[in-house]
Design a protein around this ligand. Sequence first.
Ligand code: ATP
Ligand code: MG
Length: 583
Amino acid sequence: MRWSQYFIPTLREDPADAEVVSHRLLLRAGLIRQLGAGIYSYLPLMQRSALRVMQIIREEMNAVGGQEFFLPALHPASVWIESGRWTAIGDDMFRLKDRKGAEMCLGMTHEEVFTSIARHELRSYKQLPQVWYQIQTKFRDEPRPKSGLMRVRQFTMKDAYTFDVDREGLDRSFADQREAYKRIFTRCGLKFAIVEASSGSMGGSESNEFIVKTPAGEDSIVSCVNCDYAANIEKATSRLPTIQDEAGPDAPEEFPTPGVRTIEDLTTFPGGAAADRQIKTLVYVMTTQDGEQRPVLALLRGDHQLHETKLADSLGATQVRTAQPEEIRDLLSASAGSLGGVGAKQTAREAKRGLVIIADTGLKGRRNMTTGANKDDHHLRGVDIERDIEPDSWADLRTVNTGEACPRCDVGTLEVYKGMEVGHIFKLGTKYSESMGARVLNQDGKEVPIIMGSYGIGVERIISAAIETHHDADGIIWPRSIAPFDAVVTITNIKQPEMRDAGEKLYADLQRAGLDVLLDDRDERAGVKFKDADLIGIPFRITVGKKITSGDVELFDRAAKASTDVKLSDVVERVQSLALAGL
Ligand code: ATP
Ligand code: MG
């Protein structure tokens, strides 16, 4: 490609609204342009990198027996209604009607469509396992599209699905995908961690995310400084020191607490309690799988913070939200600040409301605690949780903090860092095969639901993560495997015939050697050309300048920021061996 003809609209200035590095550089280096919120056009340089990423993914999927499909992005509602997700998924789904008024949606993932194929065609265990995948556009109406390509409303996902006859088969398929993912991210030049993740409310058991550590990431990852424990904060736990409570009264005692609104207020109130001796009471409204709304009381130790994903996961809810002040008053006849679990079910029943009480496991066995009395400006002391509240269930609801003890090893403490999810693998089990009727005959001639797994990678996330972790003040430093070009040949003065001819010949020779090459044949100052080449981040720049008179060119390594003089006659072989090394 000749730069003079190629479309690379670089920008001199940093775009005003781009906060994260990858967003800024994708715009400045002329890779993308925005069309709308979370909607981007991919310009030629971006498309070249994306195709390389997709090719790496394709090779590694094929290597574990993957068969490439291409399914529609436009779905009839029917398959989503069958799986239950038409109601379970809220506003993230783009929905539309066709001209006859039939409900449709744009695919945000493809479990339903793949399962609809499997159920008609797969009949016997002899046909299993099957490993199906595609690289295709997904649509998600994200509430907060941001950070360039990291969270967009239209993106490219590799999604794979495995179909096995039993759990052991799924374990093998899952392990194959996990290994393939490691190779994909490594080949794309990314350093990553594999962490335990929430399976969400959408079914599934084991779930791992592939996370690239970067301050631009939106996920918080908890990892042990000593052992290999690592989990998304949505799933992470920690070991709490045990607290021995002295015995309290036989029944809770009410006492007036005028002006006390918060946990903190009660710690300084005369006759109050330390935060770890209080029960924090939070009122939520959950949306059940059937789309119903139900009030929930979540109880935690006063000094602990709730994690909403953990709450939703443990309730099997599709969504949770904090209750409005009026809803709280209707339910418990008191305001936030004076709420508690004691007698809450009774009060809610009187208000003709069903109430679910869920307590954090950090409260298990605690007694003689202090909490709100469900009466404004009053609290109760001497509360024994099991005796006085009887929660419907216990679950891990607490957000882990830096410095807490590792739940896995004896000595380690936990640290929390920011990361970007680039891939996610999950054991689905029978959620879709059962709801959609995908069954096969097993070895004993018995009909069983197919055991499924689902595995996603975001192509744009790989590119964003690569830029976030490989750049400097001058621009992008592409990992060689996913760079839009292997090398750029820069002719410093295009009007100089000797330079021009040598540059042209080198350009042709490098292409013949199998490399993707950009020829900077623009009539621009050398400084401008160097700056642009640094910005777009091509791994090697070969500068054809004055030294050509003695048969030399300059080979500049973008990552090392170092130049060496190389004989024109040797440069093709040098670049070839460098560009292909380790791919
Ligand atoms: P997140 O938690 O970041 O919203 P997710 O859990 O919804 O992601 P999955 O449903 O597991 O994502 O999708 C598989 C992969 O698709 C993710 O690992 C990520 O790489 C990519 N991906 C998901 N949502 C987006 C998006 N809005 N923009 C770009 N890539 C995305
Ligand atoms: Mg995910």
